[in-house]
Design a protein around this ligand. Structure first.
Ligand code: HEM
Ligand SMILES: *[C@@H]1O[C@H](CO)[C@@H](O)[C@H](O)[C@H]1NC(C)=O
Ligand SMILES: *[C@@H]1O[C@H](CO)[C@@H](O)[C@H](O)[C@H]1NC(C)=O
Ligand SMILES: *[C@@H]1O[C@H](CO)[C@@H](O)[C@H](O)[C@H]1NC(C)=O
Ligand SMILES: *[C@@H]1O[C@H](CO)[C@@H](O)[C@H](O)[C@H]1NC(C)=O
Ligand SMILES: *[C@@H]1O[C@H](CO)[C@@H](O)[C@H](O)[C@H]1NC(C)=O
Ligand SMILES: *[C@@H]1O[C@H](CO)[C@@H](O)[C@H](O)[C@H]1NC(C)=O
Ligand SMILES: *[C@@H]1O[C@H](CO)[C@@H](O)[C@H](O)[C@H]1NC(C)=O
Ligand SMILES: *[C@@H]1O[C@H](CO)[C@@H](O)[C@H](O)[C@H]1NC(C)=O
Length: 321
């Protein structure tokens, strides 16, 4: 047997193992027969929410990231705590007083149930809603593979350990994404989500007070007007001040100008780490919004195929059946 053939057999064996480890096979037409109205219903629900409050598009996108990075995209993030029984992800460090959009997903789920009862998982609704949110803010669209199933358990600890912190170095970011099968290119493209939405003073204070490479005018303005050294923890600033609700490549120009809120953002550019890989990508995306849009869409599909071991289609996204 030639080396190439044994290598091919080995790779296909690995692929079978990987597929076997996945609970579900995803495909875009999964609900074609059982819920033909699905995509229109989800898009209408997201459009209504974004019209009411543009930031909600960003919030829904982040909800999907926080779902997928914790036990796979299984709607585990949507489970309410049940006092005395179950403590889930909502009150974890990264999510408490921060993650939002749960009511929007509830409203869409109710609409979906009205059209196709007990058929579509909350995890799939969230995957479609995140895609629509990006597109409604002016970003790309993409085909979403479907067929995820909803988790019956999760833990607060899983959220605390799987979600990257805002003071993460580049090597920490790379290894946390690598742990999900995502590479430096995925990390850089997906971080471009910070071209929309807002962050609290509490998470960017250390960057604007301590990181000297930050644009001095930018940091001084935030210190004076948004984020005092003590207090004001909940005060908000836009992650991309140039166009906070436009899904464009502005975030990458902010990185090059060193005008971003989070230390973990600036780590992608000019930190001297990563052998320049992320620096080169940041420059490429800053110069070419089309290249960013294409890579972002592809990376969202990869992140979205981190399936969990979920076993049901929840009737109410907040609790197990
Ligand atoms: C690379 C590591 C990442 C870190 C350390 C990080 C951290 C953060 C932090 C600290 C905030 C502000 C939270 C607050 O102030 O309450 C935030 C907001 C946000 N993040 Fe990330 N994030 C990362 C990657 C991502 C990814 C991959 C996505 C989506 C694909 C994403 C989407 C968002 C969005 C859209 C917001 C704004 C949400 C809103 O306005 O409600 N982030 N992120
Ligand atoms: C599902 O429907 C879409 C849109 O109508 C169509 O493009 C796709 O081919 C269908 N897929 C299957 C497997 O039927
Ligand atoms: C809570 O407890 C019940 C009874 O033991 C169990 O069936 C259920 O799965 C638990 N978890 C949640 C999230 O409700
Ligand atoms: C949907 O189906 C579930 C389970 O079959 C049932 O308990 C529920 O009452 C149904 N809801 C509606 C709105 O038909
Ligand atoms: C969920 O429950 C299963 C079976 O009890 C267990 O193997 C798994 O570790 C649990 N997952 C989490 C995140 O608690
Ligand atoms: C800045 O760094 C110093 C030294 O590490 C630390 O004591 C201080 O708390 C930091 N300030 C902020 C606002 O994070
Ligand atoms: C920092 O940003 C301001 C715009 O607010 C710009 O005028 C200035 O040149 C920048 N400083 C440096 C050192 O790039
Ligand atoms: C850095 O990147 C260059 C060019 O891609 C490569 O040749 C070199 O081996 C890399 N160095 C390290 C330490 O990874
Ligand atoms: C921008 O990126 C796209 C997609 O990769 C590519 O086709 C196009 O040629 C690039 N445009 C420029 C001006 O480099």
């Amino acid at each position: 047997m030639g080396w190439w053939l044994s290598r091919a057999l080995w790779l296909s064996a690995l692929a079978v193992v990987a597929a076997g480890a996945q609970a579900q096979q995803l495909s875009p037409g999964f609900y074609n027969a059982t819920c033909p109205a699905l995509q229109a219903v989800v898009r209408r629900g997201v459009a209504r929410a974004v019209r009411r409050e543009p930031r909600m598009g960003a919030s829904i996108l982040r909800l999907f990231f926080h779902d997928c990075f914790v036990n796979g995209c299984d709607a585990s993030v949507l489970l309410d705590d049940v006092p005395g029984n179950f403590t889930g992800e909502k009150n974890s460090g990264p999510n408490a007083n921060s993650l939002r959009g749960y009511e929007v997903i509830d409203a869409i789920k109710a609409q979906v149930e009205a059209s196709c009862n007990a058929t579509v998982s909350c995890a799939d609704i969230l995957a479609l809603a995140a895609r629509d949110a990006v597109n409604l803010l002016g970003g790309p669209s993409w085909t979403v593979p479907l067929g995820r199933r909803d988790a019956r358990n999760t833990s607060m600890n899983a959220a605390n350990t799987n979600l990257p912190p805002p003071d993460a170095s580049l090597s920490t970011l790379l290894s946390m994404f690598r742990a999900k099968g995502l590479d430096a290119r995925d990390l850089t493209a997906l971080s471009g989500a910070h071209t929309v939405g807002q962050a609290r003073c509490a998470v960017f204070r250390s960057h604007i007070y301590n990181d000297t490479a930050t644009n001095a005018t930018f940091a001084a303005d935030l210190r004076a007007n948004v984020c005092p050294f003590t207090g004001g923890d909940a005060n908000l600033a836009p992650l991309d001040p140039q166009a906070p609700n436009a899904f464009d490549n502005g975030y990458f120009r902010d990185l090059v100008a060193r005008r971003v809120l989070l230390r973990s953002d600036q780590a992608l550019y000019g930190s001297g780490g990563g052998n320049g890989t992320t620096d080169a990508l940041v420059r490429a995306y800053a110069a070419n919004g089309t290249a960013f849009a294409a890579d972002f869409a592809a990376a969202m599909v990869r992140m979205g195929s981190l399936v969990g071991s979920g076993g049901e289609v929840r009737l109410n996204c907040r609790r197990v059946n």
